[in-house]
Design a protein around this ligand. Structure first.
Ligand code: ARG
Length: 304
């Protein structure tokens, strides 16, 4: 299987899309492991499987319409497998198997056939204590942006998924990349205050643009660095409420085409009218209640 991911937006050829079926019963509040799910459970609005299945089938239709080859993980009974993004990720022609949070550990099993097709020579396994999830990793040509948590109480947060050790190892594997670590605010129960993954607060689109939420970063200098790299006029700033709704987490099929949530009116208008992009709108409100959106539901394998 061919792997080629050198950025976030090149024309998509193949992708793994998460699996909505048999997602199991909602967790109890104590067992939930991200703030958005916590919030949904607390307010009695956690989505039903029916809603999730519908939204993901709309997403799949759009991908197929644009001639993307779509792979699916095997089905595990009663297990949430919506967010393919975090299980593994591709940088250039290598696939890195994530060391994901224990609560989601079994999800990787369902990718065995896909890993086999990739072939062991292209797969990188990390030491057990190098924690990382694909939602924290954004490849952008020479840059590799990685969301992390340097805080000493790292281990106390279920929403801190990527540590310094994993970043150090990636530096060894990809010595030519300019690796930029970005410390994210963490909060396990308040989705307005914490950021689960980097792709919930920042996402490059087009050829030189990005969507960004300023207050997701611990250090303002990290935010400023991104603004310097992309240029102020190329950044779409989202509000706290838009971050909560997961606006940054749309998905690029090409530099000109994005898949977005139909409720993101301000963002979608900007993408179309100011930046001349084609926006494929689909309903994704239910999935957003579990802490991820469109980018999180995908694991891109090859882009042109
Ligand atoms: N790349 C992402 N933002 N993924 C979202 C994953 C959400 C999932 N509920 C979790 O806590 O792991």
């Amino acid at each position: 299987m061919n792997l080629n991911i050198t950025n976030e937006t090149g024309k998509l050829k193949s992708v793994v899309l998460g699996m909505p079926n048999s997602m199991g019963h909602p967790h109890s509040l104590e067992d939930s492991y991200d703030a958005k799910s916590y919030h949904s459970l607390e307010h009695g609005i956690y989505p039903t499987e029916e809603g999730i299945v519908h939204e993901m089938s709309e997403f799949e239709k759009v991908l197929r319409k644009h001639d993307v080859e779509v792979y699916r993980p095997a089905l595990i009974n009663d297990y949430n497998q919506v967010f393919a993004r975090d299980v593994a990720f591709v940088i250039d022609d290598k696939m890195i198997i994530s060391n994901i949070i224990q609560d989601r550990y079994d999800e990787q099993d369902a990718y065995r056939k896909i890993f086999a097709r990739v072939g062991w020579k292209k797969i990188i396994n990390l030491p057990d204590t190098a924690h990382i999830e694909g939602g924290d990793v954004i490849v952008w040509n020479d840059f590799l942006f990685i969301g992390t948590c340097f805080s000493e109480d790292y281990r106390n947060f279920k929403t801190a998924r990527t540590n310094e050790y994993a970043i150090e190892i990636l530096k060894e594997y990809f010595p030519k990349k300019r690796i930029i670590d970005l410390e994210l605010k963490k909060n396990d129960t308040d989705p307005y205050k914490g950021i689960l993954h980097l792709d919930c607060t920042f996402n490059p689109i087009g050829k030189d643009k990005c969507i960004i939420y300023k207050d997701g970063f611990v250090d303002e200098s990290d935010y400023s660095l991104l603004i310097d790299i992309f240029g102020e006029e190329n950044c779409f700033h989202v509000t706290q409420q838009e971050m909560f709704e997961m606006n940054p987490n749309i998905f690029s099929i090409s530099p000109e085409i994005v898949v977005s949530d139909s409720s993101f009116t301000r963002l979608n208008n900007h993408l179309r009218n100011e930046w001349g992009m084609t926006v494929e709108e689909i309903p994704y409100r239910e999935i957003s209640k579990m802490g991820g959106l469109l980018r999180c539901s995908t694991l891109p394998l090859a882009r042109e």
